[in-house]
Design a protein around this ligand. Structure first.
Ligand code: ADP
Ligand code: MG
Length: 257
C-alpha cells in the first residue's frame, strides 16, 4: 500500500515545491517507487521534474474531473527516477468546475486508489492556499509534511495549518495526521534561526524531523535545468540533506506500520 503525503503550508515561497521534488528524487534514489502529484496550477513541480507543463496531453486536471485515470495521465520520466502527474494553468479552472461535482473533495483520493499497489510513496505538492485543490490533497493523504523556514512568524502561521489538519481529520479524512515539520533553507549562522529551530522542537517535540535542509544555492539552481537538486548535483549539501530526509521518512513510516 502506498503512503500518501501532502507537502503543504499556506504560505508561498517556503520551500514546498523544492521539498516535494527533492524528496521524490531522494526516495527514488534509495529504491522507493514514487509518484509525484503536482496540485499547484503554477506547475513548478512539473517543470522541476523535467516535464514540460505546456506539452502535457493529460494532467491532474483531467484526473480530478474524471476524464483520465492516474495511469493514463502520469508521465513516466526516467531522468528523475519517479513518475509525475503534472499540472498547468488549466488546473486553476478545476476549482470552479469541481464545485458542482459529487464528492468534490474526494476525487483525487478515488483516482489514486487505482494505483495504490504501484507505488511506495505518493507525494502531493499543494498550492499555497486552503482551496478545494488543497482539500483534495488533504483528503487523499495519510499525512502532511510541512516545510518551514525558522523565522520569527513561523509559529504563528503554523497554528492555522495545524487547525486545518485537525478539521479535515475530524470531518473528512480520519487517516490524516501531521507527520512532521521540516526545517528548510536553514542557515545555522543566523542566531534567530537557531532559536526558532529550538522553539519548534520544544513545542512540537518529535513532530520536528531530525534532518535539517540547509540553504543551498544548488537547490535553487536545479529547477532551471528541469531537475531536482538531488539529481542535478547529488554531491551538494542540500541534495545530501534531502536523501538523508528520505531515509528518515522511510524509517518513521516503518515504525508506524
Ligand atoms: P513554494 O513551493 O513553497 O512556493 P519553493 O520550493 O518554490 O517554495 O521555494 C521558493 C524559492 O526558494 C525558490 O526559488 C527555491 O529555489 C528557493 N529554495 C527553496 N529551498 C531552498 C534551499 N534549501 N536553499 C536555497 N534556496 C531554496
Ligand atoms: Mg510551489
Amino acid at each position: 500500500m502506498a503512503k500518501i503525503f501532502c507537502i503543504a503550508n499556506q504560505k508561498g515561497g517556503v520551500g514546498k515545491t523544492t521539498t516535494t521534488v527533492n524528496l521524490a528524487a531522494g526516495l527514488a534514489r534509495i529504491g522507493q517507487r514514487v509518484l509525484m502529484v503536482d496540485l499547484d496550477p503554477q506547475g513548478n513541480a512539473t517543470m522541476g521534474s523535467g516535464v514540460d507543463k505546456r506539452a502535457l496531453r493529460q494532467s491532474v486536471y483531467d484526473v480530478l474531473l474524471g476524464s483520465a485515470t492516474v495511469r493514463e495521465a502520469a508521465t513516466r520520466t526516467q531522468a528523475c527516477g519517479y513518475h509525475v502527474l503534472g499540472a498547468n494553468r488549466e488546473l486553476s479552472g478545476a476549482e470552479v468546475e469541481l464545485v458542482d461535482l459529487d464528492q468534490r473533495e474526494g476525487r483525487l483520493k478515488a483516482a489514486l486508489a487505482a494505483v495504490d499497489g504501484e507505488y511506495d510513496f505518493v507525494l502531493i505538492d499543494c498550492p499555497p492556499s486552503l482551496s478545494l485543490l488543497t482539500l483534495n490533497g488533504l483528503c487523499s493523504a495519510h499525512g502532511v509534511i510541512v516545510p518551514m523556514q525558522c523565522e520569527y512568524f513561523a509559529l504563528e502561521g503554523l497554528t492555522d495549518l495545524v487547525n486545518t489538519i485537525k478539521q479535515v481529520h475530524a470531518n473528512l479524512n480520519p487517516d490524516l495526521e501531521l507527520i512532521g515539520l521540516l526545517r528548510v533553507m536553514f542557515d545555522p549562522r543566523i542566531t534567530l534561526q537557531q532559536q526558532v529551530g529550538e522553539q519548534l522542537k520544544a513545542h512540537f517535540g518529535d513532530k520536528v524531523f531530525d534532518t535539517v535542509i540547509p540553504r543551498n544555492v544548488r537547490l535553487a539552481e536545479a529547477p532551471s535545468y528541469g531537475l531536482p537538486g538531488v539529481v542535478f548535483d547529488p554531491g551538494a549539501k542540500g541534495s545530501q540533506a534531502f536523501v538523508e530526509f528520505a531515509r528518515e521518512l522511510v524509517a518513521r513510516t516503518k515504525l508506524n506500520r
